[in-house]
Design a protein around this ligand. Structure first.
Ligand code: 3PG
Length: 306
């Protein structure tokens, strides 16, 4: 019998686990669950004999992969797979997949939750600002970026995007104006929604030059990864520009400095929670379970990333 392990340091909503179990039951697979684990050893023990693995942002390092004896497929129930050591997976002929799009609406909604909370001064009773008529620049028009655009239009914002990998016409079809460079996007938009993946090219790519070029009351909303922002630059811009704010799902490493020095100019979630809704967990979880069954039964490698 094929065994599937869900290893989630930050658990799925219980309803999602139930739905994953239903998919696996139907295929005659056995589900094992490791939630809220605290160290790699627990993960290594749990993964030893399983055939498939479902994770979220859990770090699947070469050490973890080395501890597996039967693993055939790992699915990151979510979009970003920077937590998977793809080389280690490939070396052991383990297929790695993600489930793009399944949790994107939840992430986009959180971006607006942070924006409203910040624009209304954390609901402290003082006069805040509105989002209507403000310019928002969406940096990367993927699954999350598209939901951000849709919601931004609902708020009456003026919506722009930059994405070198998506045709201009495709972006325009969504009623979004296109800038041809990241520089132009940042220079023109008060709000920037960061939706780029974290990879060797993008890490620390949001630097001093681009952040300091933003217009008055600049606000960066990061629901992507903390690593894409250069923290040294971020601190410099926050110091130089009292009108600059940084809202991030997953606080930067320099969180304490920001919290001590720049009150009212940041919002950080307690734990990465963009995708932390039962709807997103259910959709991503079901997709992950189905992808595992389809791979093991039929060799279907849709959404393979290695
Ligand atoms: C993703 O890449 O899908 C999101 O960042 C969500 O990550 P999470 O499943 O760890 O919340």
């Amino acid at each position: 019998m094929n065994k599937v392990l869900i290893a989630t340091e930050k658990p799925f909503a219980p309803a999602a686990v139930e739905q994953i179990k239903l998919v696996l039951d139907e295929a005659g697979y056995q589900l094992e669950i490791l939630e809220k684990y605290t160290g790699a050893d627990e993960f290594k023990n749990a993964i030893k004999n399983v055939d498939a693995l479902i994770v979220r942002s859990d770090k699947v390092t070469s050490d973890i992969i080395d501890a597996t004896e039967n693993l055939k497929v790992v699915v990151r129930a979510g979009a970003g797979y920077d937590n998977l050591d793809l080389e280690a997976c490939s070396k052991k002929s383990i297929v790695a997949m993600n489930t793009p799009g399944q949790n994107s609406n939840a992430v986009a909604e959180l971006a607006f939750g942070m924006m409203i909370y910040h624009a209304r001064n954390a609901f402290d009773g003082t006069s805040g600002k509105e989002l209507r008529d403000k310019k928002i620049g969406i940096h990367a028009f993927g699954n999350v970026g598209r939901f951000v655009a849709e919601i931004a239009k609902g708020f009456g914002m003026d919506v722009y995007a930059y994405d070198p990998f998506v045709e201009k016409q495709e972006i325009e079809k969504h009623g979004v104006k296109v800038f041809e460079s990241a520089e132009e996007l940042y220079k023109n938009c008060q709000y920037i929604s960061l939706n780029i993946p974290a990879n060797d090219k993008t890490k620390k790519s949001i630097d001093y030059k681009i952040m300091s070029s933003m217009p008055k009351n600049a606000t960066i909303v990061n629901t992507a990864r903390k690593e894409v922002v250069c923290e040294e630059s971020l601190l410099k811009v926050l110091e130089e520009r009292p009108d600059f704010s940084y809202l991030s799902d997953i606080a930067p490493d320099c969180r304490e400095t920001i919290e001590n020095k720049y009150e009212g100019r940041y919002v950080f979630t307690a734990k990465k929670m963009g995708a932390q809704t039962s709807e997103a967990n259910i959709k991503a979880g079901i997709a992950a379970a189905k992808q595992i069954v389809n791979y093991i039964e039929k060799g279907d490698t849709t959404f393979k990333v290695n």
